[in-house]
Design a protein around this ligand. Structure first.
Ligand code: FMN
Length: 479
């Protein structure tokens, strides 16, 4: 573990009788990424303002990076861990073809969590003189951002009525001292705060930094749609009980092997201007008053690693993976769906590519209906046959170029409910939707659409012919 400052001891010494390696949360994930050769370690000093984000963006947030020297801080920062699909699958031990069913199974069959009496995250407990910008190397990403932002915190709270646990990622604007502003877009989590506010009571929250692939994915499930305990979905997904500990000053539970936990309250009737902030689709979201969190306690491991997420499309892959379940299910009701892609370039919510095995005329149009109905956020969908690779934009373009006639294959629905997270529509959230049916006709007419094939092409080993090109992929890029 030489890449981690202080050695990063991962031996579990927290539960009686247990002597095994840590398997949960960020430190275990970083170790695994390093073993698999995916981790880049930066030992050159980096400014948290702009420079760190620029390095992450350079690699499109697809290359996990551990920054060991951050100007003005002794802490390392990990970023871009969750932006690459293939790495995501591998870290969860699942194949692309089985991802949707594995996630569905975890949501349908959640497993119990395990409460430990203590855990590494409790190694340091700080209750006084909490000054968040002084304690943590929090990046500022874009020129006009109002402040530095904690962009990857998983916020934990309990429903005041039912006592059910709720977790989700929310961005936090650093206001100075022990205060951050919190942006909550989903109505359910807002409801919990509003309920407490009506009674003039604070809502307790904890913010987790330093989690792993499984917990992030579980956090992205919509509570409104599934009503599941996301910690329990995580246990099912990771194949072992998620190990939790109780917080120090609030009645909440957090992962025992997390790096940092901020505990506090959202006080009633307090709002602070939040934003502008360079957002999901690469534009600035405007400033508006939002609730705040007063941090009362900070718990952290020894030599904690601060976790960040570049506030842009790639980090939202986890959100897109969950949306693919909904898309797949919605289309399955209408057509023989083969695979779905909620694309990264479409912000993991605005664009969908769907492949079907077309058995009847009209199936392409029906698939469009299902896809657009699967989520209000999907704005454009392209439906293709199963001989098209929906993860290859060139193949999608080829299908549109050769299998689509606009007068019959283009569907436009104007003025539907959509996402407010892109600026092209004048009435925020009311948007036009487009479906493109780029499937070929079936029967006799379909015969002229047969793709020309070179037998053996898929298995060709190019290094046999050009040993010097051992690491060159089919598309000409280096591996
Ligand atoms: C990196 C990242 C940042 C996010 N930032 C926010 C945010 O600032 N506010 C928000 O409401 N949702 C944000 N989300 C999306 C929510 O975490 C996500 O929609 C979550 O599933 C909502 O769960 P819920 O429906 O149970 O509330 C973010 C997601 C990711 C992956």
């Amino acid at each position: 573990m030489a890449y981690l400052k202080g050695g990063g001891n991962r031996q579990n010494i927290w539960e009686e009788g247990q002597k095994r390696m840590e398997t949960q949360m960020l430190r275990a994930a970083i170790d695994e990424l390093n073993k698999k050769g995916y981790l880049q370690v930066c030992d050159v000093e980096v400014e948290p303002k702009f420079e760190l984000g620029a390095v992450l963006k350079y690699f499109k947030n697809e290359v996990p990076i551990l920054f060991n020297k951050i100007k003005g801080s002794k802490m390392s920062v990990a970023g871009a861990l969750f932006g690459n699909r293939e790495i995501y699958y591998e870290m969860l031990g699942m194949k692309h073809e089985e991802r949707i069913f594995r996630m569905m199974d975890a949501i349908a069959n959640p497993k119990a969590t395990k409460l430990l009496t203590k855990g590494p995250v409790m190694e340091n407990i700080i209750t006084r003189n909490i000054d968040i910008p002084r304690m943590f190397p929090i990046p500022t990403f874009h020129e006009k951002d109002s402040s530095s932002f904690i962009t990857s915190g998983i916020v934990v709270l309990k429903d005041p009525e039912t006592g059910k646990r709720h977790i989700s990622v929310r961005r936090l604007q650093v206001n100075g001292g022990n205060e951050v502003s919190i942006l909550v877009a989903s109505s359910l989590a807002n409801k919990q705060f509003f309920q407490m506010e009506e009674q003039n009571k604070p809502l307790e929250v904890a913010i987790i930094l330093g989690y792993d692939y499984s917990l992030l994915l579980a956090s992205q499930i919509s509570s409104e749609v599934y009503g599941a305990d996301k910690y329990e979905v995580d246990s099912a997904l990771r194949g072992e009980a998620l190990e939790l500990v109780k917080c120090h000053s609030v009645d909440l539970e957090v992962p025992a092997y997390g790096e940092i936990v901020l505990e506090g309250i959202m006080p009633p009737n307090r709002r602070k201007e939040e934003g502008p902030f360079g957002e999901l689709m690469g534009y600035y979201g405007g400033a508006a008053p939002h609730p705040v969190v007063e941090v009362k306690t900070v718990m952290h491991r020894n030599n904690p690693i601060f976790q960040t997420a570049f506030p842009c499309r790639e980090e939202h892959l986890s959100n897109g993976l969950i949306r693919e379940i909904e898309l797949y299910t919605a289309v399955k009701n209408l057509a023989d769906v083969q695979d779905v892609n909620v694309t990264v370039s479409g912000g993991c919510r605005l664009h969908a590519f769907v492949s079907i095995c077309k058995k009847q005329e009209g199936a392409g149009k029906s698939a469009i209906l299902g896809a657009l109905a699967s989520s209000k956020d999907i704005k454009h969908v392209v439906v293709v046959d199963d001989d098209v690779d929906i993860f290859d934009p060139d193949d999608i373009e080829w299908a549109i170029a050769t299998r689509m006639q606009a007068s019959k294959d283009l569907t436009i629905i104007s003025g539907a409910l959509g996402s407010g997270l892109e600026p092209s529509h004048s009435l925020k959230g009311v948007t036009d939707k487009v479906g493109i049916d780029a499937t070929k006709p079936i029967g006799e007419l379909g015969k002229s659409f047969e793709r020309a094939v070179i037998p053996g092409y898929e298995d060709i080993d190019i290094s046999k012919y050009f040993p010097q090109y051992k690491n060159i992929q089919k598309d000409g890029n280096a591996i």
